[in-house]
Design a protein around this ligand. Structure first.
Ligand code: G4P
Ligand code: NA
Ligand code: NA
Length: 190
């Protein structure tokens, strides 16, 4: 997505060793017209699917998922909450997620009320790095016996394993910008 790529090149800041800060338009301040274009692009790429719900994870995924849901005709957005599920709860789907970037483990948690076997789900997130958050969401959709129509990512770090791990499980991944490398503090986009 050209508009997004230009914005990353203009306003993205590389934090060593390999973090891309996009706080000025994506992760802290939100550029609403860019979000609208991002949403239209996800709609274009997944228009052939019959999705009826979007699943994302707090916090940064929520705004992107909401914008995307408007493009798909105001379908519901469910966001996984991050927390610690004390025991296996009968009313919650939970999946353990390890964040390499943050060096922490958490449970992704979704109430059983909001996913069911008739759902055809688009999974949305802002970043794809090692794929652990997305794999946790896929696990939850599978626990609900719902269907994963695909995964939509705003910025993929193409030098990390996320895409491979998700595709190996048989799922489609659409990323709107792919970072191939960081070189001397600049972003190399595919
Ligand atoms: P993974 O899910 O792909 O394995 O990613 P990982 O745990 O390593 O990433 C942890 C968090 O950091 C995620 O946000 C992810 O979106 C974000 N992240 C990963 N790499 C980058 C990057 O280069 N730049 C930015 N800006 N974010 C990155 P989160 O913990 O789920 O928090 P939230 O921001 O969504 O609340
Ligand atoms: Na995120
Ligand atoms: Na984030």
């Amino acid at each position: 997505m050209e508009l997004l790529k230009q914005r990353i090149l203009r306003d993205g800041i590389v934090i060593m060793p390999n973090i891309l800060r996009v706080d000025s338009f994506l992760n802290h301040q939100i550029d609403c017209s860019l979000y609208r274009e991002i949403a239209k692009e996800f709609k274009e790429r997944y228009k052939d699917t019959n999705i009826n719900k979007i699943l994302t994870i707090e916090a940064s995924g929520i705004g992107i998922a909401l914008a995307t849901a408007f493009e798909f005709g105001d379908i519901p957005v469910v966001f996984a909450k991050k927390g610690t599920a004390k025991t296996t709860s009968t009313h919650l789907y939970t999946s353990k997620v390890h964040s390499f970037t943050k060096g922490i483990d958490y449970d992704a948690i979704v109430s059983k009320k909001y996913l069911n076997e008739n759902d055809n789900i688009l999974i949305i997130d802002d970043f794809l790095a090692n794929g652990q958050a997305v794999l946790g969401m896929i696990d939850i959709v599978n626990q609900a016996k719902a269907t994963v129509a695909g995964v939509g990512i705003v910025v993929e770090k193409g030098f990390q394993d996320g895409r491979k791990l998700i595709e190996n499980q048989g799922y489609r991944v659409e990323s709107l910008a792919i970072v191939d490398d960081f070189k001397d503090g600049t972003v190399i986009l595919r």
